[in-house]
Design a protein around this ligand. Structure first.
Ligand code: PHE
Ligand code: FE
Length: 293
C-alpha cells in the first residue's frame, strides 16, 4: 500500500527503495502468537467466502507455520510460482516507490505486527494484512500480472495527475474486490480477507451496495478508509479484470474523468448491474464508532 504526500527520502536504516531487513529473528513469541491467532480466526471464516485462488494460494505458500513468515523463504516459494517476491518496508511508502516495486514484481510488506489488543482493526497495513491478505493472490498467474500492470499504470497515472482515480481502482479491486462465481459471491480483496468482521459483512450484511465492476464507474467512486465499505464491486472473473484494465488505454479515460463528477458512495446508477441494493443501515447508524460504543 502506498500513501501520497511524503517528502524526502527513506527513513534512517532503509535502502533507497525504502526496503529494510525484515528482522525475522527479532520477532517476539507474543508477536508470532498474534499471527497464529489472526490466522486461525481467518481459517474459520474464509472457507466458502474467499475465492478459490486465494485459498489455493494460502495453501501453496503454507502460511500457517509457527508464526510470522520469513520473507526470504516465502519469496522463494512465491517466485517459483509467479516470479513475485516480498520485500520488507517500514510501513506505507511513497507512491512512486510503491509503483516501482510492483512494476518489478516485488510486493512491499510492512514488517511489524499489530498489538494483541488491535486484532479486529488497525488503519495502517501490518505484516498480517500485507502478507496474509495480499500474497496468496500473487500466486495466481492472472492476478500476478494484474498487480504488475497496476504498478506500471500507477507510474503513468502519476505523470498525468490522475492518481486519485487510479487509486480507486486499486481500492475496489486489490483491497476490497468481490468475485462473482456460479456458487455465489466470493472475496479476493486483501483488505477483506485479512479482516474477520469485514469477511462476513461484505457478503452477508444487508447494508452495503454490491455492484458489477465497471472501470470508469469505479474510478469515479470515492471510498472510505476508516470503516467497512458502503459499496463493493463484483468482477465476473480475474481474467476479465486483467483483460479490461490492460487492454484499455487509460489516457482518454483520465481526460474524461478530469471533467466528471464523483459518484456519491451510496449511489446506484441507472446502468449499474446491481447484485444487492444495500440498506446502508450500518453506515447510517454510525458504523464502527456506534458498534464500539
Ligand atoms: N492500461 C492502463 C493505462 O493505460 C494501465 C493499467 C493496467 C492500470 C492495469 C491498472 C491496471 O494506463
Ligand atoms: Fe493492502
Amino acid at each position: 500500500m502506498s500513501a501520497g504526500g511524503f517528502s524526502g527520502g527513506p527513513p534512517e536504516g532503509a535502502a533507497a527503495d525504502w526496503t529494510i531487513p525484515q528482522g525475522w529473528s527479532a520477532y517476539t513469541a507474543q508477536e508470532h502468537a498474534t499471527w497464529v491467532t489472526l490466522y486461525e480466526r481467518q481459517a474459520e471464516v474464509l472457507p466458502g467466502r474467499a475465492c478459490e485462488a486465494f485459498l489455493k494460494g494460502l495453501h501453496a505458500l503454507d502460511l500457517h507455520g509457527e508464526g510470522i513468515p520469513d520473507f526470504e523463504q516465502l519469496s522463494d516459494k512465491l517466485e517459483r510460482l509467479t516470479g513475485w517476491r516480498v520485500v520488507a518496508v517500514p510501513g506505507l511508502v511513497p507512491d512512486e516507490v510503491f509503483f516501482d516495486h510492483l512494476a518489478h514484481r516485488r510486493f512491499p510488506a510492512g514488517n511489524f505486527i499489530r498489538r494483541a489488543d488491535q486484532l479486529d482493526y488497525l488503519q495502517e497495513p501490518d505484516v498480517f494484512h500485507d502478507v496474509f491478505g495480499h500474497v496468496p493472490m500473487l500466486t495466481d498467474p492472472v492476478f500476478a500480472d494484474y498487480m504488475q500492470a497496476y504498478g506500471k499504470g500507477g507510474q503513468r497515472a502519476m505523470s498525468m495527475g490522475r492518481l486519485r482515480n487510479l487509486a480507486r481502482l486499486y481500492w475496489y479491486t486489490v483491497e476490497f474486490g468481490l468475485l462473482g462465481t456460479p456458487e455465489g459471491l466470493r472475496i479476493y480483496g486483501a483488505g477483506i480477507v485479512s479482516s474477520r468482521t469485514e469477511s462476513v459483512f461484505c457478503l452477508e450484511d444487508p447494508s452495503p451496495n454490491r455492484i458489477g465492476f465497471d472501470l470508469e464507474r469505479v474510478m469515479r467512486t470515492p471510498y472510505r478508509i476508516d470503516d467497512f465499505q458502503q459499496v463493493y464491486f463484483v468482477v465476473p472473473s480475474l481474467d476479465h479484470l486483467l483483460e479490461v484494465t490492460v487492454s484499455t488505454d487509460f489516457a482518454p479515460l483520465y481526460d474524461r474523468l478530469a471533467g466528471a463528477s464523483d459518484i456519491p458512495i451510496t449511489a446506484v446508477q441507472p446502468d449499474d448491474r446491481v447484485f444487492t441494493r444495500g440498506t446502508q443501515a450500518y453506515a447510517k447508524a454510525g458504523g464502527r464508532l456506534a458498534t464500539a460504543a
